[in-house]
Design a protein around this ligand. Structure first.
Ligand code: G1P
Length: 302
């Protein structure tokens, strides 16, 4: 096995405008919308940390200050909780600031996901790194990112997470042409298309928002012209890398994910995610679930 540098850093793009959730996101970043009682972005940082990535760079933009505050200490609040002897809430408040070493860079000009990732270059340097998109949440029990890092350590190059979807869904995602390897859950990627029509789609396997990138992606991104939607697409840069020799940081692999993914990127999926998370909480489910059942029955009857 080749000796590849370890993956230690995570990059979390969080500069989007969140237009799907207006007016809630007029002054609050969409990343801060709560899934039960934790902002969505905290689950994503927890996932990075649980895969061993303690250095997290967030790519932010205007009106994102509350994200920085969330991962920082909150002395007045902590003091007030301490004075009340409310140890439980104090621990909850401290959790997010103790999680990881957080760094921030502003994207300024929002020119697409590829451009956001390129903004990480100064911080990441010449090391492989993970990218986690906040709209996708992976169940904490399913160790997708850990598996992707293992695959990078074995094969080098870059690694994307893939999920099989119904054909009519491919047009919302990056879509991959794949060939098998000798590992059941690992494929080699031969082509990638960002948001293809059903006819153009090379398969039903779509990219979900987890990547491990070789640092060679930065040079490629610099030369990648705007693609779908007039934006610089990470998918397009990875497509170039799929065709680049391994000695130059090329090669792209996919990990087939068959676990639990939650979407918080649109209203309907967000509501489903909140209900699913609530249904698994010991402190809420005993009261929430009977209410939910009764509510649905009552609703159906009327
Ligand atoms: C982005 C990527 C796309 C990927 C998706 C996963 O799209 O460009 O390739 O499939 O994330 O959520 P976006 O959802 O930002 O439009």
């Amino acid at each position: 096995m080749a000796d590849y540098q370890p993956v230690l850093k995570a990059v979390v793009p969080a500069a989007g405008l969140g237009t799907r959730f207006l007016p809630a996101t007029k002054a609050t970043p969409k990343e801060m919308l709560p899934v039960v009682d934790k902002p969505a972005i905290q689950y994503v940082v927890e996932e990075a940390v649980s895969a061993g990535l303690h250095d997290v760079l967030m790519i932010t933009g205007r009106s994102k200050r509350s994200i920085e505050d969330h991962f920082d200490r909150a002395y007045e609040l902590e003091e007030a909780l301490r004075a009340k002897g409310d140890e439980q809430r104090l621990a909850a408040v401290r959790e997010s600031s103790d999680l990881a070493t957080m760094h921030y860079v502003r994207q300024g000009d929002p020119r697409g996901l590829g451009h956001a990732v390129h903004c990480a270059r100064g911080h990441v340097g010449n090391e492989p790194f993970a990218v986690l998109l906040g709209d996708d949440m992976i169940d904490a029990r399913d160790k997708l990112l850990t598996r992707m890092i293992e695959v990078r350590q074995r094969y080098g190059g870059s690694v994307v997470a893939l999920q099989e979807v119904a054909p009519d869904q491919v047009s919302s995602y990056g879509c991959a042409a794949i060939t098998g390897t000798d590992e059941d859950d690992v494929v080699r990627i031969t082509d990638l298309v960002e948001k293809p029509s059903v006819e153009e789609a090379p398969s039903n396997w779509i990219i979900i928002g987890r990547y491990v990138c070789d640092p060679a992606v930065f040079d490629v991104l610099e030369k990648t012209p705007p693609g779908r939607g007039g934006e610089i697409q990470l998918t397009d840069a990875l497509r170039t890398l799929a065709d680049t020799p391994a000695e130059e940081g090329g090669g792209v692999y996919g990990v087939k994910f068959r676990g639990r993914r939650y979407d918080t990127g649109n209203k309907l999926e967000y509501l489903r995610t909140v209900v699913q998370f609530a249904s698994e909480r010991d402190d809420l489910a005993p009261e929430f679930m009977p209410w939910l059942r009764e509510f649905v029955a009552r609703h159906d009857a009327s």
